[in-house]
Design a protein around this ligand. Structure first.
Ligand SMILES: N[C@@H](CCC(=O)N[C@@H](CS)C(=O)NCC(=O)O)C(=O)O
Length: 216
């Protein structure tokens, strides 16, 4: 197994949980560096020199910084193929896995971000409120697609747990706060419960969460 120096920049309650869980799955050694959103640390010069996007996760690999969950997850899957995070030897299956992760990244996460990050898209505070009001419906609609079409079962890609399950789990944890009715998403709810039962997930939740969680 390659022995790169890995440093994960994360924030409690955020989507960096997906990368943290995948790292934990591989069993490799890594260091966790908390970025304090409450203090606005993601916008400081020190952090922007690590990740100019001002976001988490960021994974430093021997000093080279990777960003974007789908890219980091794929990097981990390809670097540690014995951990079976993704079907790396099967181009079609791998493309399907990446399509799932791209949907979470580009559509689901963006829908959620309309709750607290409206200033990215509009300057008008009334527009922020309007965007926020739409979040329960837009997240419900995103997850209905996952429930009905994308989650093969029992795991996202079928019989084997993969990077996609960790990513889905990280975003599905936002559903309660986004006022989405879980009773309409029984397969997603069941997936979330089964994920919680995995020892590596319970272990990482304890490390990744924080009493003063600032969310996404
Ligand atoms: N597409 C990116 C999204 C990263 C992202 O937006 N992360 C949020 C946390 S969930 C963040 O860092 N927000 C800080 C901010 O907007 O100031 C990914 O999937 O890695």
């Amino acid at each position: 197994m390659p022995t790169n120096a890995l440093e994960l920049y994360f924030s409690p309650g955020s989507c960096s949980l997906a990368t943290a869980l995948a790292l934990e799955h591989t069993g490799v050694a890594y260091t966790m560096r908390r970025v304090d959103f409450r203090a606005g640390e993601q916008r400081t010069g020190a952090y922007l020199s690590i990740n100019p996007k001002g976001r988490v996760p960021a994974l430093a690999v021997d000093g080279t910084v990777l960003t974007e969950n789908p890219a980091i997850l794929l990097y981990l899957a390809q670097t540690y193929p014995e951990s079976r995070l993704a079907p790396v030897a099967d181009p079609l299956a791998l493309a399907k896995a990446n399509a799932f992760n791209a949907y979470l990244c580009a559509t689901v996460h963006v829908a959620h971000a309309h709750k607290g990050r409206g200033s990215r898209w509009a300057d008008d505070e009334a527009a922020w409120e309007s965007m926020k009001r739409k979040v329960p419906a837009s997240m419900a609609s995103c997850f209905a697609l996952i429930e009905e079409d994308l989650l093969v079962g029992p795991w996202v890609l079928g019989d084997e747990l993969s990077m996609c399950d960790y990513y889905l789990f990280a975003l599905a944890r936002w559903l309660d706060g986004d006022a989405v009715d879980l009773t309409r998403l029984p397969r997603v709810a069941d997936h979330r419960e089964r994920m919680m039962e995995l020892p590596q997930v319970a272990r990482m939740i304890a490390r990744h969460e924080h009493p003063e969680t600032a969310g996404c």
